[in-house]
Unconditional design. Structure first.
Lengths: 346, 202
């Protein structure tokens, strides 16, 4: 005999007419000989009958109309729902884009603030009016005992304290043939390719030349100027080394041509300054001496010996090689040459 | 015996379904009218609440009409319709747990006791049951419904589909997505459970 769970299924299937014909015959045989099974089957049948006897409850009368109305609403709302869905998706996308944009803007602002705080400070370079050199101007004045020197209207050059030590030279030349001297100086400046660094001012017939140049260029110019020394009545060199910034001037009076040549050939700025000091001492002592050789030499003025044609100051005359000399040279000397004529005597 | 039916799911349903898919509202209405009471009855016996049953019936037909274009006739329309109804009702029962019958003994105590006597008499070994007499006895019906509601919904749905709606095992298996053997075993357990409750009550 089968176990009870299968018997129950068997009986239920028999009750529901779900058995195959062979199984149904088998079940009927089992039941015919088993009163317990018969009783069990009867109880199952009664339970099924009781539940099956429950009356059919009809749906509410308006249900059909409600169903139709609900379907109508669904049909009408569906496009609107799809539109709302699309609209919602667009709105969501817009909000996302807005959020991203806000984040980017915030990062940009934050980056700007951080950069402002940690950015390195910019060092402003001083500007030189009309010059690319950082050399202050000095002026060489030529003393003339008969000429009252008015205030100089010297060419203005932006005075900027240079980073490197510089030599400030004032060369004061006094000669009877001031014009010739002036022409020579002008020509020398031009020949040495220093014209572009030249500021020219005219002061009652007396010319001043202010220029900045390297020490090498200054030495070349000095070498050229040394040629006219015999034609000068007097020459005074005022030197101020800007390195120590003490403002102390070294005035070399009665500068001789040889001294000028030595000064021009100085090995360094410090050497030039030292030589100037030495010359100052020497010339002061020499002035006290009865020989006065330097004064005699300077006093010799022979116009015909110069024979320097009045040059035509044109930039085209400047040799190309001298023009190229300037490149790469530091401006170490600021030189002003002032030339004045003299009267009959000192 | 109850409303056991072997419903005609033949040409009529196929024609109405096809017309309904083409947008024939009259065909749709005919489908609704044909099945609304049976659907409502099954749902009511499963959920035990009139208002909920009405709403679930409405939802069932709305869903059917909305998706009738997707109905591919792999099963009969009848089976498809009841599958939707049963699934919606089972989901509702599991979600809301609206069955408020706390204790059968409590309810029985509050009643007159007459149904108990009637039931006792009906279940007596040598008695026979007259379905019409049962249907006419409202108190007895109420008692039976309460006992039905006391069953677990997985058992209750089998009893309702089999003993109230009159579906065969194959249809029940299709609707519930079960194997035939599973339907047999579960139905057997459901009826045993119901019988035990009835005997315990008596």
């Amino acid at each position: 005999m089968k176990d009870i769970p299968n018997i129950n299924e068997f009986l239920n299937s028999l009750l529901d007419d779900e058995l195959a014909p062979r199984e149904r015959i088998q079940a009927q045989r089992m039941i015919a000989h088993d009163r317990q099974l018969q009783k069990q089957l009867r109880q199952l049948q009664k339970c099924r009958t009781l539940i099956g006897s429950l009356p059919l409850v009809k749906a509410p009368e308006q249900l059909t109309e409600k169903i139709k109305a609900a379907v109508q609403i669904e049909t009408t709302e569906q496009p609107q729902r799809q539109f709302d869905k699309l609209k919602g998706a667009r709105h969501l996308l817009f909000r996302k884009v807005l959020s991203v944009a806000a984040m980017v803007a915030l990062l940009a602002i934050l980056g700007t603030v951080v950069y402002t705080i940690v950015a390195p400070e910019k060092v402003e370079r001083p500007t030189i009016v009309g010059q690319d050199l950082q050399v202050p101007a000095t002026t060489v004045e030529v003393d003339s005992p008969e000429v009252k020197l008015p205030s100089l209207a010297l060419p203005k050059v932006a005075k900027v304290r240079p980073a490197e030590p510089v030599l400030l030279c004032k060369l004061r030349l006094s000669a009877a043939a001031a014009d010739a001297i002036d022409s020579f100086v002008s020509r020398a400046i031009q020949d040495n390719g220093l014209s572009q660094y030249l500021s020219l001012a005219s002061r009652q017939g007396k010319n001043s030349y202010a220029l900045t140049c390297s020490r090498k260029e200054a030495n070349l110019l000095f070498n050229d100027l040394a040629q006219i020394w015999p034609k000068l009545d007097s020459a005074t060199l005022t030197v101020q080394a800007d390195a120590d910034q003490s403002g102390q001037e070294i005035i070399v009076k009665n500068l001789s041509s040889e001294q000028f040549r030595q000064f021009a050939g100085g090995a360094s700025l410090e050497n030039c300054v030292q030589m100037a000091k030495n010359f100052t001492a020497l010339n002061n002592m020499t002035a006290l001496l009865p020989a006065k050789e330097i004064l005699t030499t300077i006093a010799d003025s022979t116009d015909e010996r110069l024979a320097i044609p009045k040059p035509v100051f044109t930039s085209n005359d400047i040799p190309a090689k001298k023009q190229q000399r300037r490149s790469g040279l530091a401006a170490e000397v600021y030189l002003t040459i002032n030339i004045t004529g003299i009267g009959a005597g000192d | 015996m109850g409303q056991r039916t072997t419903e005609n799911v033949g040409v009529n349903d196929s024609v109405l379904v096809e017309l309904s898919r083409q947008g024939d509202s009259e065909a749709t209405e005919r489908l609704i009218l044909k099945y609304q009471h049976r659907i409502y009855n099954v749902i009511l016996r499963m959920c035990g609440n009139v208002d909920d049953a009405a709403e679930l019936t409405q939802d069932t037909f709305v869903k059917v009409i909305k998706n009738i274009g997707n109905f591919q006739a792999r099963s009969s329309f009848y089976t498809w319709l009841f599958r939707i109804a049963v699934n919606l009702t089972l989901n509702y029962c599991q979600r809301d747990m609206r069955l408020s019958i706390s204790s059968l003994d409590t309810q029985i105590d509050s009643s007159s006791g007459k149904p108990r006597q009637t039931l006792k008499e009906l279940l007596a070994d040598d008695s026979s049951i007259d379905p019409s007499a049962v249907a006419a006895n409202k108190e007895l019906c109420r008692l039976l419904i309460q006992m039905l509601m006391n069953l677990d919904e997985s058992m209750r749905v089998l009893i309702v589909l089999r003993d109230i709606e009159g579906m065969n095992y194959a249809q029940i298996a299709q609707i519930l997505g079960l194997e035939l053997g599973t339907v047999k075993s579960r139905l057997s357990r459901a009826r045993n459970a119901l019988r035990e409750k009835l005997e315990a009550f008596l």
